[in-house]
Structure formats: C-alpha cells, structure tokens
Design a protein around this ligand. Structure first.
Ligand code: 6PG
Length: 247
C-alpha cells in the first residue's frame, strides 16, 4: 500500500453509496473549477448502481456541472447497448438519460463491435484526449469495482494480456459469474495515471481480495487490482465493514 492511499469504511452499502455520490459531486466541482472539465471513467457491475441512481436524483443532479463532464468507461462487455449486460446501457438508464450532458462527451466503448474492433475504436477516441506521450486522457476520477477473485475493470487473474502495459485499451475474454465473456478494458497505465482512483467494495465475499490488494507484496498476477498503482494520483477505497473485515 503506498502513502497516497486512503481507506474509508462505512457501516453499510447505503452510507457507502451516499458517500460516493457526494465524493463525485465534490470531485466534479473541483475539476471544473480548476481545469474547466471533469473526466470520469465509470465502472460496471452491481456495486455502483445505487450511486448512479443517487447522482440522477434530486439531491445531487443539480449540484454537478454536467455540461462540463466527459464520461468514459473502465470496461465494457461486448454486447449491444440495449443488452442488460452492457455497462454503457446500465449507466444510460440509471444516469445519462436523466442529466444534461452533451452526446459528444459520452465516450462509450462500442460493445456491439467485435472486442478487437471495439478496443481499437476506443483507443482512437481516447487518443483525442491524449497529451505528450500519452495516447489517453488523464482521468480526473476512475471509479473501480472489485471482484471476489481480485479482478477490476476487465483485468482478470493470470499473466497480463498482450498490450496491457502499453496500450490504452485492449480486448480480453474472461468468464465471471455468467456475465458476457468478451470484453474491452482500459489498462493499468491509464488507471494509474488518473488523478484519483476510487474503489467501491462491499460484502464479505470480497474481504480476502481487499486484504490481498492492500498487502505489502500483493501478487499482481493473482490479484489484478494490485496492478493499479497511481503514481502521482490518489488511491481511495470506500469499503463497507464486511469488505474491510480482514484488514
Ligand atoms: C464489469 C466490471 C467489473 C465489476 C466487478 C464487480 O463490467 O463487470 O466493471 O470489474 O466492477 O466485477 O462487480 P459487482 O459490483 O457486480 O460485484
């Protein structure tokens, strides 16, 4: 665990979701004040759903400068946007359909394409936000989930996939809980260059993975979330008590 790591433990999923929505409101406000825009990568899975609902709701919606927000995704399953397994489709239904964000600022991964085509297409569009030697944006915030097996985004246990250390986005195949296996994911260099990386984790099933990735010598092959190592940015974990029980 590096010195720029912050761990916050909440009593239950509801307070974790509330705190996350507040965190995003504050991060968006600060980024827009300082740099005129907020670049955020969303995650899929069930964990962030209440957060997306909260952001779209009355208490939060008016407090985010949506016209200055650019949405990206940490990963996508290769299914059409209308499929219930689509991460973009999930965010669209719960959040994007309820806010005033210009369509051109929604940089989705085209899950309807083949994984290789979708990854190449995403890389091209990410490169429009690159600067210097980077072919990708410096994200203000990367929202991450965690699997019980230690995966995050679509970075799964096993030796890193080809291109994972140098390309912005790659195609991968992985079976997890019967979810769509063909996927596209951002890579560790992109996540690790973000200003803030926020992991949201709840439930006892993930307690072993949480303890492993925070360990002194976490094995990044076994626990892929340990591949995310912000260099100058902050690593933040929002956990509920069950997820934190092995710390
Ligand atoms: C995805 C993800 C993935 C997810 C974890 C946790 O598209 O599947 O982005 O990395 O965050 O699998 O999923 P849950 O929140 O459903 O446990």
């Amino acid at each position: 665990m590096s010195s720029n790591t912050t761990i916050c433990v909440f009593g239950d999923r509801e307070s974790l979701s509330d705190a996350t929505a507040e965190f995003i409101v504050a991060a968006a406000g600060q980024a827009v004040r300082e740099r005129g825009r907020f670049l955020v990568a969303l995650s899929g899975g069930g964990t962030p759903e209440p957060v997306y609902r909260l952001l779209a709701g009355k208490g939060h919606r008016q407090r985010v400068p949506w016209p200055a927000v650019h949405f990206f995704w940490g990963d996508e399953r290769c299914v059409p946007a209308t499929d219930p397994g689509s991460n973009y489709g999930q965010a669209k239904k719960l959040l994007l359909d309820h806010i005033d964000v210009p369509e051109g600022q929604v940089v989705r991964i085209k899950g309807e394409l083949s994984p290789e085509e979708a990854a190449a297409d995403y890389r091209r569009r990410l490169a429009n936000f690159g600067s210097g030697e980077r072919d990708w944006p410096t994200l203000d915030l990367a929202l991450m989930g965690l699997g019980a097996d230690g995966h995050t985004a679509s970075l799964f246990p096993g030796p890193p996939a080809r291109g994972e250390d140098r390309l912005a986005a790659i195609a991968v195949t992985a079976d997890y809980q019967g979810r769509p296996a063909d996927r596209v994911t951002l890579t560790p260099p992109v996540f690790s260059s973000s200003r803030q990386v926020l992991f949201l984790v709840y439930g006892a099933a993930k307690a072993t993975a949480v303890a492993a990735i925070l360990g002194e010598r976490a094995d990044p092959v076994k626990w892929p979330a340990a591949r995310i190592q912000p260099k100058t940015g902050e690593l933040i974990l929002f956990l509920d008590e069950a997820a934190a029980e092995q710390l």
